[in-house]
Design a binder for this molecule. Structure first.
Ligand code: SF4
Length: 441
């Protein structure tokens, strides 16, 4: 008899919808199951002048098979079905179940691993960023009704790629993830950059141990990983300028941020022709200089002016705490069964998202002439990345673009990527814990 999968909810998360409509006013494409879309056409929406004469859904080659696309209100990023009272017209007229599946699930994300389903929340939602409402732990029945456990068989003997050619038994993988979570959450005053640098250092140590003594890797992680995380790690320092970063670092960043320059209807589920057409945009963004029309910030941005805008050299501690909460709860999101993402590649994607969050926060800081990356600015950057990048298909997912997947598996490049948006003071308290004689060298 097959084992029943466990839904693991983040015990520290809370959520109740505050009705702010932020999730209904994003530039992302809202897809709806074809059958539900056709039901819309049969309904009388004459009570809603905003729908008069409108096409209620469109077919798009960029949408997955079996799905249509819900249009936006003309000239805006508001869903066509968002009423002036902030409520969903589909919900009001046809009931909750008539809404697109993705809207019903929001803000829950289910990450099925080989042994369980990890339930986390989308940090685009302000009520998730500032935990408000009922604890998730009390919402089990509701969560199961919205997001039923996946039917993937439990596979405890699975082996997980640390990086290509190096595999961990599943038990060792779980231990390693616990240690990564520890690096993200430890209350030691480390910057977010130092925390990720520690994780990368740990992954490289595990890779070396796997090569020399694979049979004892679980015991070694259990015994050694926690102390490794306390060792000194050099704080990642920014490049002289972002455009001086190595080309692969800039290309990976551009691939992450690409949706910011794409037309509103593109879902990255692209035809070969459209992939070819987006390459010039990718190359231009990768130079990290010049101007472009930012979809996420809703204005043209001057990259040079933005990155040269003077900022205090450290991140607001409240912003660091927000990023710690985000990465602790969402770290599993990159290790979903079926994506076959290695552990190094998954952490590298999180680092790419961090760069996108900070890039957008810096854009907002320049616009507001703010001298510091505050929690509010980072929260805005995080919200845009969660809505539009972190949970959407990426260039990295395109099977034909193997150069990108190869770069994701490179821990040295991940460390260089960590420098791209770093602020000059990336504090490392562990350095202070070293004996004076060692620290002096
Ligand atoms: S963003 Fe969050 S609080 Fe706002 S409407 Fe959506 S689910 Fe509700």
């Amino acid at each position: 008899m097959s084992e029943i999968r466990l839904q693991v909810v983040d015990s520290q998360s809370r959520f109740s919808c505050g009705g702010c409509t932020r999730c209904c006013t994003q530039p992302y494409t809202v897809i709806i199951e074809q059958a539900k879309a056709e039901e819309l056409q049969k309904h009388d929406f004459s009570a809603y002048p905003q729908l008069a004469g409108q096409t209620l859904f469109t077919q798009s080659k960029d949408a997955p098979a079996g799905y249509a696309v819900l249009p936006k209100q003309a000239g805006t990023t508001r869903c066509l079905f968002l009423a002036d009272d902030g409520l969903c017209i589909i919900h009001k007229e046809l009931g909750a179940d008539a809404k697109p599946k993705n809207c019903l699930k929001y803000p829950f994300h289910i990450s099925p691993t080989y042994v369980d389903d990890r339930v986390s929340l989308d940090f685009g939602c302000p009520n998730v960023q500032n935990p408000a409402g009922r604890p998730l732990a009390e919402q089990g029945a509701d969560i199961v009704s919205i997001c039923p456990p996946s039917k993937i068989p439990v596979y405890r003997d699975a082996r997980v790629d640390l990086c290509p050619g190096a595999q961990l038994p599943h038990a060792a993988f779980e231990l390693l993830m616990d240690r990564c979570e520890l690096a993200l959450t430890a209350e030691n005053g480390d910057s977010i950059w130092v925390r990720f640098a520690r994780i990368l250092q740990l992954l490289q140590a595990v890779q070396q141990k796997l090569a020399s003594a694979p049979e004892s890797i679980s015991e070694w992680i259990a015994a050694e990983a926690a102390s490794l995380l306390n060792q000194h790690v050099a704080a990642p320092q920014p490049f002289a300028s972002a455009s001086a970063a190595p080309s692969p670092v800039r290309m990976m960043f551009a691939a992450t941020l690409l949706r910011d320059v794409l037309p509103a209807d593109a879902t990255l589920n692209l035809s070969l022709m459209r992939r070819v057409l987006l390459l010039p945009k990718l190359m231009s963004l990768a130079k990290l200089t010049g101007r472009y029309e930012s979809k996420f910030l809703g204005r043209e941005i001057d990259i040079d002016a933005m990155l040269q805008h003077p900022l205090e050299p450290d991140l607001d501690p409240a912003a660091t705490a927000l990023l710690q909460r985000y990465y602790r709860t969402r770290i599993w999101q990159r290790f979903i069964v079926g994506t076959r993402l290695s552990i190094v590649a998954g952490i590298h994607q999180h680092i790419q998202d961090l760069n996108a969050i900070l890039f957008l926060a810096r854009g907002l800081a320049q616009q507001q002439q703010a001298p510091r990356l505050t929690e509010a600015l980072v929260a805005e950057g995080l919200s845009r990345v969660e809505f539009n990048i972190a949970n959407q298909p990426r260039v990295f997912d395109q099977k034909s673009l193997t150069w990108f997947t190869g770069q994701l598996d490179n821990p040295a490049l991940a460390l260089e990527s960590l420098r791209l948006m770093a602020l000059p003071v990336a504090h490392s308290s562990a350095a202070e814990q070293l004996p004076a004689a060692v620290a002096a060298h």
